[in-house]
Design a protein around this ligand. Structure first.
Ligand code: PDD
Length: 283
């Protein structure tokens, strides 16, 4: 029986009951986080908690227990016997249940908090050989910096990629490449690493932040600048990052072959350094 976390308690998942008036259900009025368990530890949990608090603040959802995330996420891993395998924990916090109204519930209601854990198989083949991704106009709102559960443009776009045999959909806004439906994207041009700067048009990925740190420590030149769509032919290497894909090379972008169509040397060297960091943390 799967154990999940619901409003402060660890419960059999089947026993969890959500109100149909929950604002997460009615308005997608909530935020989420996804953390990765590496057989013994969560990768950079403190950054995930910091981002969680920021998302809550931006939506003005009051949940005072954000600091307990690491502890109950760890309990979910244990209770579901996931300690010795790659796993993920998903957390969602909504504004709670109240009669439907566009204004916030008054008086305030407690937030709804739900989390669960699952074991997963990293896509080693994609990480080794790279993926093909599509390009599409960014149809999302202007607060992509908030990790909101309102992900319809993301899911529709990713579904389109899947139906075309592609592994991610990368967005373009005003001629600039922003990020993927559920990842950040990096480019290498003349040994310089490019990625979109932190802004309201991208989610500030925890993996993005750590890859930038690793690249910087390796002496790689970094430019946090958005790349123009019309400069795609200059790209020599590309990769996406997120909590589950870690760093996955991109070999084709919107029908354009990147470099030689195989993962390039800068990508591979950052990937190796990331792997070494994980090995060192495993001890
Ligand atoms: N998504 N950009 C978007 C739009 C994302 O949804 C994600 C992560 C990222 C990368 O963030 P991080 O490195 O912190 O995982 C960037 C998660 C994995 C998801 O929605 O499941």
């Amino acid at each position: 029986m799967e154990t999940a976390y619901f409003n402060g308690k660890l419960l059999p998942k089947d026993e969890i009951k959500l109100s149909p008036d929950d604002r997460g259900f009615l308005f997608a009025d909530g935020i989420y986080e996804v953390v990765r368990w590496y057989e013994g530890f969560f990768y950079d949990m403190s950054s995930h908690v910091t981002r969680l608090k920021r998302s809550l603040r931006e939506l003005r959802i009051n949940w005072s227990e954000a600091d307990s995330f690491a502890a109950f996420a760890g309990n979910l891993i244990k209770m579901n016997n996931l300690e010795n395998q790659p796993a993920m924990v998903y957390l969602q916090v909504t504004r709670g249940a109240a009669r439907r109204s566009h204004s916030f519930p008054s008086p305030e209601v407690p937030p709804t908090v739900y989390a669960y854990a699952w074991g997963f198989m990293p896509d080693r083949n994609s990480m080794e050989t790279g993926i093909k991704v599509m390009l599409k106009e960014d149809i999302r709102w202007s607060r992509c910096d908030i990790k909101s559960v309102a992900l319809l443009p993301n899911t529709l776009s990713f579904q389109e990629a899947c139906e075309n045999g592609l592994k991610e959909c990368i967005f373009i806004r005003n001629g600039l490449i922003t990020e993927g439906s559920h990842s950040n994207i990096f480019f290498v041009i003349d040994n310089t690493l490019f990625t979109h700067p932190e802004s309201n048009h991208i989610l500030s990925g925890i993996t993005r932040k750590n890859i930038l740190r690793i690249a910087q420590e390796s002496g790689i030149k970094i430019r946090e600048e958005a790349l123009q769509e019309n400069r795609i032919r200059l790209i020599q290497e590309a990769f996406i990052t997120n909590t589950s894909a870690e760093l996955t090379p991109v070999t084709e972008l919107g029908g354009n072959t990147i470099g030689e169509g195989v993962p390039g040397p800068v990508t591979k060297s950052i990937r190796t350094k990331f792997d070494n960091e994980i090995k060192a943390l495993k001890g």
